[in-house]
Design a protein around this ligand. Structure first.
Ligand SMILES: [Ca+2]
Ligand SMILES: [Ca+2]
Length: 357
């Protein structure tokens, strides 16, 4: 009798556990995932050269996770850090705490023709910082609050193009958007003449870096979870046409910047270590993992290495620079070329990397 009642107790316990896990997965998982497909990468691209390990550390200890970098025509470098500061580096090598806002979510930045810089804030939308303070250029689109604005570029006609990485998840939950692998991203345009913001493209897989072509006939927007960047045409004849600019990138593209020679620099994220790729093939496993946020850190590999790609205007990779072990830098999110050097932003460093080219 004792044996039977013990067996019944264990069975009941196991059934309760299975039911609890089932309920957890069905009702409480924060994501409703799709499979994430990984591109076939040509083996020549995965050869490591460790070049990013030679980067010099600018402002080490002063900068909390500087995601993006921009340099104005006077050669002053700006970056936005997790403590809400817009900091700038003068030509004489001195750092200045220039402007502050109560936000730990300032991402992409660009210089503005009218002076100052335009900054993406994941909570407030699009901000314009000048010597006089800050102006909120765009906080809503189609009556909906803009969240997770990610990268921005200003065209010569005054239009400001910017990306929204995810309309579902916030900056601190970006990895949930990765696990869900659904297209919650957008490309937006702010029109300063009308003071209006409109959606140019929806259904993007984590819309991230935004750049303009040298003669501004098209825009590039990168889709991180698709390992690709798209062209969005701006000319009269082709306005609104969407094409693939580059795909099968050897990492998830983050910010993109036009280089002086008309090529582009794209920062690439190590989204998933190869040993964990199988996780993205199981919706059930993804649902389970997403209920334990701390375990997610093991699933993506952005803290393990850094990689940037130089890509021609024909969408072909020219060269790749990397730090395969994260010795000097990991989680590099932006690469900007200026006067023969590459300036590198990162969400896992306390400095800007500077590399002679
Ligand atoms: Ca930028
Ligand atoms: Ca970004």
């Amino acid at each position: 009798m004792d044996f039977i009642s013990g067996f019944t107790t264990i069975s009941s316990f196991l059934i309760a556990c299975i039911l609890a896990i089932g309920l957890q997965l069905s009702f409480f998982s924060p994501i409703s995932p799709d499979m994430l497909e990984f591109p076939a990468i040509s083996s020549s691209l995965v050869l490591s050269n460790s070049k990013l390990q030679d980067a010099e550390k600018l402002g080490e200890g002063l900068l909390v996770k500087p995601e993006d970098v921009t340099i104005d025509e006077m050669g002053v470098l700006y970056t936005a850090t997790r403590d809400g500061w817009i900091k700038r580096l003068h030509k004489n090598g001195s750092w200045e705490n220039w402007q502050w806002i109560n936000s730990d979510q300032l991402l992409g930045i660009t210089t503005a023709a009218a002076g100052g810089i335009i900054v993406c804030d994941c909570e407030k939308g699009l901000l314009w910082f000048t010597e006089d303070g800050v102006t909120n250029l765009a906080s809503h689109v189609n009556g909906v609050k803009i969240r997770f604005a990610d990268d921005v570029i200003e065209a010569s006609d005054g239009s400001v193009y910017f990306s929204v990485a995810s309309t579902k998840f916030g900056f601190h939950d970006w990895y949930l958007d990765l696990m869900e692998a659904k297209p919650h991203g957008q490309l937006l345009r702010y029109d300063p003449a009308l003071n209006e913001t409109s959606v140019l493209l929806g259904d993007l897989y984590f819309a991230n870096g935004v750049a303009l072509s040298p003669n501004q006939d098209y825009l590039i927007v990168c889709e991180t979870w698709k390992f690709r960047c798209l062209k969005y045409w701006l000319t009269e004849e082709k306005r609104g046409v969407k094409e693939v600019f580059i795909d099968n990138l050897p990492g998830g593209p983050d910010n993109i910047n036009l280089a002086p020679d008309g090529t582009f620099w794209i920062a690439l994220l190590e989204l998933v270590p190869s040993r964990l790729q199988y996780l993205h093939g199981s919706k059930l496993l993804k649902k389970l993992l997403a209920t334990f946020p701390r375990s997610m850190i093991q699933v993506h590999g952005v803290y393990e290495k850094a990689m940037v790609a130089n890509v021609g205007s024909d969408g072909k990779i020219i060269k790749i620079l990397d730090d395969p072990t994260g010795k000097t830098m990991s989680f590099v999110t932006s690469a900007l070329e200026f006067e023969g050097h590459l300036y590198l932003g990162s969400l896992n460093s306390d400095f800007i990397g500077k590399l002679p080219l």
